[in-house]
Design a protein around this ligand. Structure first.
Ligand SMILES: Nc1nc2c(ncn2[C@@H]2O[C@H](COP(=O)(O)OP(=O)(O)O)[C@@H](O)[C@H]2O)c(=O)[nH]1
Ligand SMILES: [Mg+2]
Length: 458
């Protein structure tokens, strides 16, 4: 694995004009570099002469020229974010000053930091495990209370502790099996049962599957859950889209085929970011060219959704076209919505029940604004967004958790086959997956893939 040891420099504040800007250095030469570019105001002392982890007012200097006034804080390894020597300089938030300051750092021997390199170093120096490092990025990108809460609890070690707990259980079980292999005269299931390995293993499988089941993707929590509104033309999809957003984003009209493109807009419900997607009516695949394209776009949007709300026009009831359109929902989580309840309903309960396949349809009226908040609640419940005590995981972590579960289940199967060597092998694979989750095992360019998604300066 490639990881460089030079001293890195970066602006930690975004480009543009602001009251203050922060430039940070990390690496063995940080303080030496700061010595060439900073002097305290009164005593003219160099950063290396200052007590570390204290703040001092001074000037950023380029030879004799004063570039800006600034506050400095030096931190000696290992007592810093990265675990290396670090310097933080708060100057004025002008692009001219920041870029000049970065150039000065570079002339004095620093290299520009890559995205996430400070956090990557913190991870490599054992300041945090990989689940905590990934959560730092989630925290920065979080735009809702829900995502922030989860990210901060991951930084505090929620996932780290979970992985450690499972690892301990797997290691104990593997030790029992390995002892059997070494000392056991006969390696059969009865023998393994005597030391309790199978029941321990089942407990770990249950625990792992529970975590997978209750986890939700950080990508969805941060970028927003995609909820597609779909149904036949004129069912009131755009009206519902606008009602849920509480502003008139899409054009609505009684002329079928008003919505042609896929329109997206986001809102926060119960602290969770939801990205609603309005689509053109389904069931027009055999119509004119534009209707056809619109319908295909709708189907694509449905396929990539976290949830679909299928709108039924209650005043015309369920039609054969609805049944045809429902096929696009194959494999997608969806909820039925009956719209236009202010009009006379075509309420053939059996037909509705049959269409909904056991799901509870939510009645709304977009015109009277009735049932909208109930629907919003049903949506967040269906997404599981509001559920406390669930683990926010990245796509990467979820894949590894699934592989972990796979290895544990293979181990359980090999116990039944009385093949303890294979049980031990599978448990070894399980440990490898756990290691990749928290970074005890680093494989290929795994770290680059994680940290390239960070901001520069973090
Ligand atoms: N009475 C009544 N009409 C509605 C309701 N929701 C939508 N409509 C009407 O149904 C027509 C189609 O609505 P629109 O939202 O454009 O449907 P879309 O084609 O599914 O996007 C418009 O004339 C709306 O005013 C409702 O709750 N009650
Ligand atoms: Mg529409």
């Amino acid at each position: 694995m490639h990881s460089r040891t030079e001293t890195i420099a970066a602006a930690a504040t975004p480009p543009g004009s602001s009251a203050l800007g922060l430039v940070r250095l990390s690496g063995p030469d940080s303080i030496k570099i700061a010595d060439t570019i900073f002097r305290t105001v009164k005593s003219g002392r160099k950063p290396s002469e200052l007590a570390h982890r204290t703040c001092h007012v001074g000037a950023i200097v380029d030879g004799e020229e004063v570039v800006d006034s600034a506050v400095i804080c030096t931190m000696k390894a290992p007592l810093s974010y990265t675990g290396e020597d670090m310097v933080e300089l708060s100057c004025h938030g002008s692009m001219l000053i920041i870029s000049r300051l970065l150039q000065l750092c570079r002339s004095a021997g620093a290299v520009y930091a890559e995205p996430g390199e400070f956090t990557k170093r913190a991870f490599l120096n054992g300041k945090m495990d990989l689940t905590q490092a990934e959560a730092v990025n989630s925290l920065i990108r979080a735009r809702t209370e829900g995502a922030r809460k989860q990210a901060i609890s991951l930084i505090s070690g929620e996932m780290k502790n979970t992985v450690e707990r499972i690892r301990e259980m797997v290691e104990e079980t593997k030790a029992l099996i390995d002892a059997d292999i070494e000392w056991g005269e006969e390696q059969n299931i009865e023998f393994m049962e005597k030391n309790g390995a199978p029941s321990r293993l089942n407990k770990i499988i249950r625990e792992t599957d529970r975590i997978i089941e209750q986890s939700y993707l950080s990508e969805s929590a941060i970028e927003g859950y995609r909820v597609v509104i779909c149904g036949l033309p004129n069912a009131g999809k755009s009206s519902l889209f606008n009602s849920l957003l509480k502003f008139s984003r899409s054009i609505t009209s009684r002329i079928p085929g008003t919505t042609r493109d896929v329109i997206e807009s986001e809102t926060v419900i119960d602290g969770y970011l939801v990205r609603f997607v309005d689509t053109a009516g389904l069931g027009l695949e055999d119509a004119g060219e534009i209707d056809k394209m619109s319908a295909y776009r709708s189907i694509d949007a449905i396929k990539s959704a976290d949830l679909a709300a299928y709108v039924i026009d209650g005043s015309s009831g369920i039609t054969a076209k609805d049944h045809e359109a429902r096929e696009s929902l194959e494999g997608v989580k969806w909820i039925p919505v009956i719209n236009k309840t202010d009009l006379e309903m075509q309420t053939d309960r059996r037909k509705i029940k049959d269409f909904c396949g056991g799901k509870k349809a939510i009645p709304v009226s977009c015109v009277k604004k009735k049932g909208i908040s109930k629907l919003a609640k049903a949506i967040t419940e269906e997404l599981g967004a509001g559920y406390e005590g669930r683990l926010m995981v990245s796509v990467r972590q979820k894949e590894l958790l699934e592989k972990l579960s796979g290895s544990l289940k293979s181990a359980a199967a090999e116990i039944k086959n009385s093949r303890s060597e294979l049980v031990s092998f599978e448990l070894g694979c399980a440990l490898d997956m756990l290691g990749r989750i928290d970074g005890k095992v680093i494989e290929g360019n795994m770290l680059d893939r994680i940290f390239e998604r960070f901001c520069i300066g973090k």
